[in-house]
Design a binder for this molecule. Structure first.
Ligand code: ZN
Length: 55
């Protein structure tokens, strides 16, 4: 396995899908590669949770 460069569907930026992340995805049973960079995924998460829990 090696790092993959993926273009984010949301912002169009390239991001690295690292080997570690690929293994994590496999462990979780996800077949698909991520389509969005971490920033976009995080902002999506924050949209859903309107209340920020910073512990
Ligand atoms: Zn993005």
């Amino acid at each position: 396995m090696e790092d993959k460069t993926i273009v984010c569907q949301d912002c169009g930026k390239e991001f690295i899908f690292t080997v570690g992340e690929q293994e994590f995805y496999k462990e979780k049973g996800f077949d698909n590669e991520p389509k969005r960079c971490k920033e976009c995924r995080d902002s999506k998460k924050n949209e859903r949770r309107q209340f920020r829990n910073d512990r």
